[in-house]
Design a protein around this ligand. Structure first.
Ligand SMILES: [Fe+2]
Length: 230
């Protein structure tokens, strides 16, 4: 267990300046293991979809057209099989509001409010994209030495002749919660090699901003080309 006192100001500063901050030891290891085992069992039973497509992304869905290979638990899958995550989702609201300095609300979009992405060993991945929701929170259920979240942070300063891109790689740690401005930062998941990675994606919004693109669900969950999605 981490005995360092919780430093809220540090997380607020990191979120606003670095676009991302990680809070460790939020969900206890035993609960992470319980949830992880249930996730794996549910996949073994064939109850969730495998997302497997590439080259479909467009500007309209904020996606650079990369490869996607992961199992996906959609909102109802989570409610059916991992109801603890609904409690965690709501419990994190005050913390998310404090770290982001915004009045965060839970998502009004039931298919995407809480999702779980399970990246299988040997190539599980997620293409470069921007998130569409205002505040993205990831809860990691596994600790990984590979398949980091990769972020491309735009930087500029009057002392430098040109703006530049800062590359950040953040490795999953079970029980940690990552809060990021996913709408402003291009990001992806490096492909897995030998490890499985399990990430719970918690989508938050603000009262004045619950926008989600019309064709987004068909693209994200069904791999429907945004050019032809109704
Ligand atoms: Fe994302």
């Amino acid at each position: 267990m981490n005995n360092t006192p919780f430093n809220l100001n540090k997380h607020i500063a990191e979120y606003h300046y670095d676009y991302v901050t990680v809070l460790d030891d939020i969900v206890p290891p035993a609960l992470c293991d319980t949830l992880k085992e249930r996730v794996e069992r549910t996949i073994e039973q064939g109850r969730v979809k495998l997302v497997n497509h590439q080259g479909l992304g467009t500007r309209e869905v904020s996606d650079a057209g990369g490869q996607y290979l992961h199992y996906i638990f959609q909102g109802q899958d989570v409610r059916d099989h991992l109801s603890e995550l609904t409690a965690i989702y709501h419990s994190l609201l005050p913390l998310v509001s404090l770290v982001t300095s915004q009045a965060a609300i839970v998502s009004p979009h039931s298919r995407s409010d809480i999702n779980i992405k399970v990246y299988p060993e040997g190539g599980g991945t997620l293409g470069e994209h921007y998130d569409t929701n205002a505040i993205t929170v990831l809860l990691f259920l596994t600790s990984n030495r590979e398949a980091p979240l990769r972020m491309q942070i735009p930087r500029a300063h009057p002392s430098k002749p040109e703006p530049w891109i800062e590359h950040r790689h953040i490795y999953a740690k079970a029980g940690s919660v990552l809060v990021m401005k996913g709408r402003e930062i291009l990001h992806d998941c490096e492909p897995t090699v030998t490890e499985k990675k399990i990430t719970v994606v918690l989508n938050y919004y603000t009262r004045d901003d619950v926008w989600r693109p019309e064709k987004f669900d068909a693209f994200v969950y069904d791999g429907v080309d945004p050019e032809i999605a109704a």
